[in-house]
Design a protein around this ligand. Structure first.
Ligand SMILES: Cc1cc2nc3c(=O)[nH]c(=O)nc-3n(C[C@H](O)[C@H](O)[C@H](O)COP(=O)(O)OP(=O)(O)OC[C@H]3O[C@@H](n4cnc5c(N)ncnc54)[C@H](O)[C@@H]3O)c2cc1C
Length: 357
């Protein structure tokens, strides 16, 4: 059997590694001439890092997140809850794994026709050619921009929910070490012209006079796709919208999907991958998407106030899971969720002086 994988990001490289390791002849094609040259924050939960044995390539660890909206703030903390990766190092590590297990990786090779292998894997990212050609479907994205800043930083990620600054998403600061951090924000594509001016205003507002722009790239924030298998073709990672629409994080679900997909191929049935997508991925992706839609309309300052007053910071610090939103459906959280989802939380209270822009 011969498998052709289009895309040498984490999803494609991990699929190729697992397939080659099981003795399947696999070729990976990527239009880029080097791996990991991607605009990405590289934040992964400690669960994902453990599951895929990635700790040796982690750059830095973080102990939680401060979420800001207007004058409200909540702090969710847990030691080493997540790790920050440099994408060149993470993808480079997965590339070495794929090569050492016997996969052929062809860089600088753009695929414009569906390859002829027995199995075709579309791991070609948000704008996937394989998805368009084999599934005729599309995914929705926002445009993210990131920049590096110097200073002194603690080990918390800052998330800014501010509809004036970043409608339909958020702005963030992620420490990459004690003296360097990444700032970023994302906007819907119709507002792309104001992305960099807003990033610059955000930097100034946080007190940074200079920053080093890393670039702009789409983040998948999409309703989930129902099908990820058609005939001998499967899509995985961003190509399959395996991304948490709440945060835009796609590496964790992409690696999980690659894991299941490669097992399905080795055991001769892509159906197994489609079944996993329906039973494991779809419920989680729907919850992330519904939460994203809700967050886009809700008065976040009011919601944070309710969460703080009800002791949510403590519960979330103790038992939250940044990858799996289904923990919210446990009895511990259902009462709280019903309160913050109540109609009064939808009324925006006007407090523009508290917003960053
Ligand atoms: C600003 C920003 C911040 C982010 N932060 C995080 C984060 O903190 N944590 C997280 O988990 N995720 C984050 N993400 C999302 C993350 O980057 C993606 O989910 C992840 O890269 C998806 O991996 P992938 O392997 O599916 O696709 P990609 O990494 O996009 O790889 C796809 C590959 O396919 C190649 N390709 C495309 N078309 C073709 C073609 N026709 N022929 C050949 N090759 C092709 C591309 O060159 C690319 O290398 C962020 C994204 C952005 C934009």
């Amino acid at each position: 059997m011969r498998a052709d994988v289009v895309g040498a990001g984490p999803a494609g490289l991990y699929t190729a590694y697992r397939l080659a390791d099981a003795g399947i002849s696999v070729s990976v094609y990527d239009q880029a001439t080097r791996v990991g040259n991607k605009v990405c924050s590289g934040l992964l939960s400690s669960n994902t890092v453990k599951r895929f044995g990635l700790k040796r390539v982690a750059r830095h660890s973080v102990d939680g997140a401060r979420i800001h909206a207007g004058s409200e703030q909540i702090l969710v903390r847990r030691r080493n809850v997540a790790y920050v990766f440099d994408r060149a190092e993470l993808d480079g590590y997965l590339y070495d794994l794929a090569l050492s297990s016997g996969a052929n990786v062809f860089l600088g090779k753009r695929i414009g026709r569906v390859p002829k292998g027995d199995i075709i894997v579309g791991a070609d990212g948000a704008g996937s050619f394989i998805r368009s050609a084999c599934f005729k479907s599309n995914v929705r994205t926002v445009l993210g921009a990131i920049a590096y800043v110097r200073g002194t930083f603690d080990r918390y990620v800052d998330v800014y929910l501010d509809p004036k600054l970043a409608p339909e998403f958020f702005a963030w600061l992620i420490p990459r070490g004690e003296d360097e951090a990444e700032i970023g924000l994302a906007l819907p594509p119709r507002m792309s012209a104001s992305l960099l001016p807003r990033l610059s205003a955000f930097a100034r507002k946080l007190g940074f006079n200079s920053y080093v722009l890393q670039g702009v790239r789409p983040i998948v924030v999409s309703p989930p796709l129902l099908r990820v298998v058609r005939g001998n073709c499967a899509i995985v990672g961003d190509a399959a919208a395996h991304v948490k629409a709440t945060t835009g994080g796609g590496i964790s679900y992409g690696l999980r999907a690659a894991d299941v997909l490669s097992t399905a191929i080795v055991h001769g049935g892509l159906d197994q991958y489609q079944r996993w997508h329906r039973s494991w991925a779809l419920p989680r992706l729907y919850v992330h998407y519904a939460a994203r839609k809700w967050l886009n309309h809700v008065d976040a300052e009011h919601v944070l106030r309710v969460l703080r007053e009800r002791g949510f910071e403590y519960s979330l610090s103790k038992s939250g899971d940044m990858d799996d939103p289904l923990f919210l459906f446990s009895p511990r959280y259902l009462g709280l969720i019903s309160q913050i989802v109540s109609p009064f939380a939808y009324i925006r209270h006007k407090s523009p002086q508290n917003h960053l822009l």
